[in-house]
Design a protein around this ligand. Structure first.
Ligand SMILES: [Zn+2]
Length: 247
């Protein structure tokens, strides 16, 4: 109620100022869920829809890229479940359930060409910059030494892949001082166990629409390769259902 009132007063920024530290919940529950755009079917690039620490880090990445002569812009910050379903139905995403973007913890950064978004060119420069600013890059998911079949070069997030399941279940949200790389270092076993789980399980209920088979809403772990795909330049691959996803 307080959150709704605060947002009604102005928006995410105002709410943040009013409610920072009041302990009601987290940015996702207190701000995003109260925002009028929670069900938006359009891509949203408002940085205010990023959790504050994530927002700051994304801004630092954009700024550092600028010093290298690369002009970046956010193409998408928050994503609704409604939009995810649209993308799924259109064959642009193979994920039925929205991922880390839904929680204000992920951003897609593309080139800014005269104010228009562009996916042209190489984005591997993000590897170093994102790591420096403690964001996970979708090109290596924070673990470049491991094979990844998902390559999402414009995606960054402040959440390790191993934490995504807990995030999606509402059991976890990053604290301000959360560092996904420390998380990976300290909880590598989680990642390894999850990976083993992914390899072991057969995709018994996952049937991708794009290949004309059924989908179910059953929650299962999915092999990485089933999540690979997408259409053309904007193949938003998946925030990740790398370890656990809900289709
Ligand atoms: Zn993304």
């Amino acid at each position: 109620m307080i959150a709704a009132q605060a947002v009604a007063l102005g928006g995410p920024r105002e709410y943040e100022q009013l409610c920072r530290g009041c302990g009601l919940g987290n940015f996702s529950t207190d701000v995003l869920q109260q925002d009028g755009r929670f069900h938006s079917r359009k891509p949203l690039n408002d940085l205010d829809l990023l959790e504050p620490v994530t927002r700051s880090l994304v801004q630092q990445v954009i700024q550092e890229a600028g010093t290298l002569g690369i002009s970046l812009m956010a193409f998408e910050t928050y994503r609704s479940q409604d939009r995810q379903l649209d993308l799924f139905d259109q064959g642009k995403s193979q994920l039925h359930t929205v991922g880390v973007h839904h929680y204000g913890l992920a951003c897609d950064l593309v080139r800014d060409v005269g104010g228009a978004p562009s996916w042209e060119g190489d984005f591997s420069f993000l590897k170093v910059i994102t790591r420096r600013h403690r964001l996970i890059w979708g090109g290596d998911w924070g673990t470049p030494g491991q094979p990844h079949k998902l390559y999402d070069a414009v995606h960054v997030q402040r959440c390790s892949v191993a934490r995504q399941g807990a995030l999606f279940r509402g059991e976890w949200y990053p604290a301000d001082d959360y560092d996904p790389y420390t998380d990976l270092d300290e909880n590598g076993s989680i990642t390894l166990m999850a990976s083993a789980e992914v390899r072991r399980r057969k995709p018994r209920t996952i049937r991708l629409k794009s290949i004309g088979l059924k989908t179910t809403r059953t929650r299962v772990s999915v092999p990485h390769e089933l999540l690979v795909g997408g259409a053309g330049g904007y193949s938003h691959l998946g925030e990740a259902g790398l370890v656990e996803t809900r289709l």
